[in-house]
Design a protein around this ligand. Sequence first.
Ligand code: GLN
Length: 539
Amino acid sequence: MAKFIFVTGGVVSSLGKGITASSIGLLLKSRGLHVMHQKFDPYLNVDPGTMNPYQHGEVFVTDDGAETDLDLGHYERFTDINTTRHCNYTAGRIYDSIIRKERRGDFLGGTVQVVPHVTTEICDSIRAAATKEVDVVISEIGGTVGDIESHPFLEALRQFRYQEGRSNVLFIHVTLLPYLGNAGEVKTKPTQHSVGRLREIGIIPDILICRSEKHIDPDVRKKLALFCNVDPEAVIEALDAPHCIYEVPLDFASQELDTVILDSLGLRAGRRNLRPWRDYVDKVINADREVTIGIVGKYSELLDAYKSIHESLNHAGAHHCARIIIKSISSEDIEKKGAEAVLGGLGGILVPGGFGARGVEGKIAAVQYARIKKVPYLGICYGMHMAVIEFARNVLGIKDADTVENNPSSANPVISLMEEQKKVMNLGGTMRLGAYPCSLTKGSLSRKSYGKDQITERHRHRFEFNNEYLSRFEDAGMVISGKSPDGMLVEMVELKDHPWFVASQFHPEFKSRPINPHPLFRDFVGMSLELYGRKKEQQ
Ligand code: GLN
């Protein structure tokens, strides 16, 4: 029988509920429990796959091909447990399922309502994550308590606790204690109000995680405990982590958060082992070298758009005891100012996944710069398409080479629509998604990085390398370093006569973990450090 933890948020958004839930998962895992994370998003899109990164940030892809919220990336990075399509439900997905059932006639004769039908569907989705081996399901509820959209989810949680029993369900509320400089104190009123909102729904939180700029003194802790009906040791302080997000679980451990959780749920577990995690954080803190890596994309001002890539670079940096200075570069800036002006001084260039024509010529110019100046290059998905187009135009001399994505009538479509995509009409959830195997070419940089012949990596694309051009590329020095096992799809390319130029059709960033950095990021960053690394400047 699994136990259930629900993480809600109050007062303001962006409090770091995802990092909080992930940290709890890590702490419980470090005591030998099997955890599974889950996120509920109250918006009506069925999944975030069709949403703009400005609205939503990165779309995280699971092994089983679900397009999900970026918090699932945190869950996987903290616990190293792969999530599935049962780990992210939006209100849209819940309603979609109910409406399909209604059309099928499952509710024949009945009126379909938010209570009990929507709430029951939500409860069933929570139980779907509690597979046999799972000891604790940790479900995060997106949004802020008090939002109209969150209401059915909170009502479902109340119902869920009623059904599963008090001792099997724990509520954790993440909240903000603002510090008012003129009063010189941390204020608890917004938290009291937000807990009050939860109580109106019938939920009394068991644990409060309080985001704060300042330490919470014992009086404030006592006051919160009394007014919010929690034990003083269940009031946990969450200050901003000074160096990296991976410090958060260590801070929680020092306040015995995991012990409070285990006691409340009546769970027995082993001793906490966070040694490897501490070692990782120590490497981040003690980094003595640094290098600047440029990410050339469409969303330079939007850190969340390439979240997993940022984290993968950080993991790789820590592996080499180095700090990575990430420079977010708008590819349109390159179009305006030229590659040299924008990219000069970088130790590595990364072109991430992307869609559409805006800024494409800037990305192609970035690839050309990396190729000619011998700056380490990592291309991911669209970044591989850009590498192929650049090579076709500037090495093979096919000046009008292009991708069918932006130029459907191109005379030289070196990137073309995948066969299986030609009949696709709907845009949601129809790309080539999830984990696929790939065979690596002996003697290639990629094969050397991974240290094995067969890998599996996660995909999210409609377009692919056009095999009609394959021999011309190979003859001119592009190495096809990874292919689908049937040999039909080009999955990786790299360049000879270059220190490190690798591009993949898949997204390696979804599989990097702090303690186990992804081999491609590790070696990309390794070569950038070797060629352009410098002593770390004091911050
Ligand atoms: N737009 C490209 C495609 O659909 C690349 C997608 C991506 O970078 N994830 O094939």
